[in-house]
Design a protein around this ligand. Structure first.
Ligand code: SIN
Length: 301
């Protein structure tokens, strides 16, 4: 690595920088993914794709409060076959494209992985969606094991396991994912929550409950990445509340090899360049040559 080059290798994939787009936002069409790429993201994770198309929940599905978001989208996506057409559009993008994938049953997940395998560089298995029945698959170690083993049967490409903060012993679930064949752990998905309208007493989201994102969840992500980093040998990719370069540096210091930005893009797509620039300036100022030199540094204390 040359001086202050942010190039990062994860599972043999070359990321020109470690600041990626997180699953769920701007990841359903080829043109929106291209747009994020043009704004400097080092890698792109798609919206979670299922086998059948999904309409998602009826509105309201999203609300903003106290600089946080609460969403219960319900995994709206065009379905795997239709999504391939969007991915074909991305052939000229020389950055890793990771498909976020899920399935109500393992067989569905396997079909999605098999269908998308020729069009992406790797898979992020969403074991942690709080907004669909049984979506927090990673609550059960046995399901973590069977979903990752199932996905592994369909691809030789990297498989990342995305975990929820709303489970017991996230470090142990990460270890199960690693033993089952996952090549990296992504932490965290949104934090379960709800909102109530005090005039009517009615839950505001049509799904009643949803997942919280936004800068407030950064400390929760830090704690999860910190615990997982100690438990596994494979890379950890930190996501949760990255609104500025400081949030990103903290995730790296907790043990992340790369970070993802989701709700932070509400600040504008320039966030990718701002976070990269901030990381470089921080490293220079503090006398470090690469992010590897600060990765997991918090574990020394
Ligand atoms: C959703 O589509 O409901 C959000 C996806 C997720 O949190 O995994």
């Amino acid at each position: 690595m040359s001086f202050l080059d942010l190039e990062t290798q994860i599972n043999g994939l070359d990321f020109e920088n470690p600041v990626m787009l997180a699953a769920g936002i701007l990841g359903t069409t080829g043109s929106s993914l291209k747009n994020v790429s043009n704004h400097g993201a080092g890698g792109l994770v798609t919206k979670t794709i299922t086998k059948p198309p999904k309409k998602g929940h009826n509105g309201p599905v999203l609300l903003e409060a106290n600089s946080s978001y609460l969403n219960a989208m319900g995994l709206p996506n065009p379905g795997a076959s239709e999504f391939i057409e969007e991915l074909k559009d991305l052939k000229d993008i020389k950055k890793p494209i990771i498909a976020s994938v899920s399935g109500e049953k393992i067989e569905e997940l396997k079909e999605v992985v098999s269908l998308l395998n020729d069009y992406v560089d790797g898979f992020e298995v969403n074991l942690s969606c709080p907004n669909v029945e049984g979506g927090i698959i990673c609550k059960e170690s046995s399901l973590v094991e069977s979903y990752i083993i199932g996905a592994r049967k369909e691809t030789n490409k990297p498989i990342w396991a995305k975990l929820s903060p709303d489970i017991e012993e996230i470090d142990k679930k990460a270890k199960v994912a690693e033993k089952s064949g996952a090549n990296a752990i992504v932490a965290i998905n949104t934090v379960e929550g709800m909102e109530i309208d005090i005039k009517s007493g009615r839950p505001i989201l049509s799904n009643k409950k949803g997942g919280i994102s936004g800068e407030a969840i950064n400390p929760i992500a830090l704690k999860c990445v910190y615990d997982i980093y100690k438990a596994v040998e494979i890379p950890v990719i930190g996501v949760g509340g990255v609104y500025n370069w400081e949030n990103a540096i903290k995730l790296i210091m907790a043990g992340s090899s790369a970070i993802q930005i989701g709700s932070g893009i509400s600040k504008g797509l320039n966030i990718f360049e701002e976070v990269k620039k901030g990381i470089i300036e921080f490293l220079k100022k503090e006398g470090f040559n690469s992010i590897d030199e600060i990765k997991g540094i918090s574990h020394r204390y």
